[in-house]
Design a protein around this ligand. Structure first.
Ligand code: SF4
Length: 624
């Protein structure tokens, strides 16, 4: 029986079968032509999460734009669908042509979250591939990975043939074409991998060896032989305005997390928050011109019928002329009733005013992220937010008619004391008081004031100024959460927090090394999948797997010595280690580093790196 036929027979039994049928508006279904190279694009989470991911939209269209490439999608099947697939012997398949993944030449994963790694293993297995790269022979698809967690790819490195480090627009098409060329020459897999490793941004983990000390530290990473580059440079596009951007978004037939038109107005952020991995890994700041943004928005709205347009960026409010852009777009789409949404607000009155302009019906709340409870700690993390600014912004929001304010904080930040945790409590109460006072004096009848306090646990991430710090223990996290629970018990305040075990595991894999791969294998074999989902997460599986492999979680959460070799030292992010160290020292002294857009270059090195590599981006040249 054909795969499509088998699917049809079982799909009605799955929750939300729409996840597995494809056929969305604007889908690209190319003829299955033997001469074309085929890539299956995988997102290791549910359809509704993957379909909302902008990076995946860009990849899908940038690859399909090429005549000789067929690019199709696949997402992680939910538990019930996995059971059906296993019992009916249905392999993992693509949504477009309903082809088994092992018929593709390349199987490429977008990796965004450490807790999706078990899904990667499960998808490899469902596709009928051996999970370890070393066990995959010539006939198997090349398994590749990219995305934001691979700035330290080591914990999952043994499962991948190669990674592409950096922005996909800067080299993915070149990589796929090169692979096609090498395959046509009938070279063996090993030879192909050696050649691909020479491409800018390509990292083939099997070509690098790790040496560990007796106490478990990484001593060094080195290429297996001469001729293999020592460091892998992150690839960055130099001109966002001229970069490809899709305008024929797939429109799904079910609710997804972000179901709207999106234009990425800028990439990168140089505000310099010291905990933020994205703030380092997307540098430098690049903007699209207003004209390009309008052109893209027009096309996307015409092609999709969406009635909401989101202006996306790490810090949308920092776009050079955001007020003018928002005004122009709101006026332009007034008749079409397309609303504009701003995904990230700064903690200031300007942001509130702009949000007020675009959100004519104030149904949703506003979110502000002071991140820490005291000025001292906000200075340590270089979060340029001052208490009065926050109160002014909140006041402006309540006066403009908002009733719900969400405040976002982290606990466990470096140098944190009990005063900093108490500062979260004080801030939340003050915001509530401000809101209530304004309501009391208002003549309008409005909803009661609500302050939602959301506190996540700080996870030290690679390639940030805090990559060396200790992550706090489970007992410490629970103690701080309990304190907040007790002290935020008040009508009008709601408190939410993260599962400490999940945060700790994220911390382990964010800064882990290759010795964690067997733990992943073992926890996946015990049945763990969708670990980021509360209903699926089993800490017992994880504890047993660490213990079966004689690995102590706390070894991976410890403080690293600044002189120590880090498992990701061979990945060159473009931002220098010296800059990160300088920022770490400044953090300990509570010194602020200004945004280089206003204060001049602060020396992170990325602009120099980018300038030096321009001729390689998208080019045919090998790096060595
Ligand atoms: S090199 Fe200088 S100007 Fe460029 S992003 Fe870094 S700090 Fe800013």
């Amino acid at each position: 029986m054909e795969l499509a036929e088998k699917l049809e027979k079982v799909l009605y039994q799955a929750t939300n079968p729409v996840r597995y049928i494809g056929n969305e508006w604007n889908i690209i279904k190319k003829e299955w032509d033997k001469k074309k190279i085929k890539m299956a694009l995988a997102f290791p989470d549910l359809y509704e999460i993957g379909m909302s991911h902008l990076g995946l939209k860009i990849l899908y269209h940038i690859l399909n734009k090429e005549e000789d490439i067929i690019c199709e999608r696949t997402y992680a099947p939910w538990h019930d669908m996995e059971n059906l697939m296993r019992s009916e012997e249905i392999p993992l398949f693509s949504l477009e042509n309903k082809r088994p993944i092992n018929e593709f030449d390349v199987f490429g994963f977008t990796l965004q979250y450490e807790m999706s790694y078990t899904n990667v293993l499960n998808m490899l297995d469902l596709a009928g591939l051996p999970i370890y790269a070393k066990d995959r022979g010539e006939s198997y698809p090349l398994v590749i990975g990219g995305g934001s967690t691979i700035y330290n790819p080591e914990p999952i490195a043994p499962f991948f043939d190669l990674f592409f480090i950096g922005e996909a627009e800067a080299g993915i098409v070149n990589l796929i074409h090169r692979y096609k060329e090498l395959k046509a020459k009938k070279l063996c897999r090993e030879e192909i991998l050696i050649k691909l490793n020479k491409l800018p941004g390509v990292y083939v983990p099997s070509l690098y060896l790790f040496d560990y000390s007796e106490d478990g530290k990484v001593l060094k990473t080195e290429p297996v032989c001469t001729g293999v580059k020592e460091k892998i440079k992150r690839q960055v596009i130099s001109n966002l305005d001229q970069a490809f951007y899709p305008t024929k978004f797939l429109v799904p037939f079910m609710d997804i997390v972000h179901d709207r038109a999106v234009v990425e107005i800028a990439r990168g952020c140089t505000r310099g928050c010291r905990f933020c991995a994205a703030g380092i890994s997307y540098r430098p700041v690049r903007e699209r011109s207003k004209e390009t943004i309008i052109k893209l928005a027009d096309e996307i709205i015409r092609n999709t019928g969406y009635e909401e347009l989101s202006l996306s960026s790490l810090s949308t409010m920092d776009y050079s002329d955001i007020a003018d852009l928002v005004k122009t777009l709101s006026t332009r789409y007034l008749d079409q009733k397309v609303s504009i949404s701003l995904p990230s607000l700064r903690v200031d009155c300007f942001s509130v005013k702009l949000a007020e302009e675009v959100q004519r019906v104030r149904k949703s709340g506003l979110t502000f992220a002071p991140e820490a409870g005291t000025q001292r700690l906000r200075d340590v993390i270089n979060k340029g937010v001052f208490e009065e600014e926050l109160y002014d912004a909140v006041r402006a929001a309540f006066e403009a008619g908002w009733s719900t304010i969400k405040l976002y904080f982290m606990l466990g930040l470096p140098t944190e004391t009990s005063e900093d945790i108490d500062g979260i409590v004080q801030l939340a109460h003050e915001v509530l008081n401000i809101g209530r006072k304004i309501r009391k004096n208002s003549r309008r009848k409005m909803k009661p004031i609500k302050v939602n306090v959301s506190v996540s646990t700080f996870v030290p991430k690679p390639c940030t100024p805090f990559q060396w710090v200790r992550m706090i223990s489970k007992e410490e996290i629970e103690g701080k959460q309990q304190y907040l629970r007790n002290n935020l018990k008040k009508k009008g305040i709601a408190f939410s927090w993260n599962d400490p075990d999940l945060s700790l595991l994220e911390g382990v894999f964010a800064r882990g090394d290759r010795r964690l791969a067997p733990v992943l294998e073992s926890v996946w074999k015990k049945g763990s999948r969708f670990d980021g989902w509360n209903e699926s997460f089993s800490i017992e599986n994880w504890q047993e797997s660490f213990s079966d492999n004689n690995i102590e979680i706390k070894e991976y959460l410890r403080r690293r010595d600044p002189g120590e070799t880090l498992p990701w030292d061979h990945i060159n992010m473009g931002v220098s280690k010296g800059f990160l160290q300088k920022e770490y020292d400044a953090a300990l002294k509570g010194e602020l580093t200004e945004d280089c857009r206003s204060a001049g270059c602060t020396g992170c090195s990325i602009c120099f790196e980018l300038g030096a590599r321009l001729e390689l981006i998208g080019g045919e040249k090998d790096e060595n």
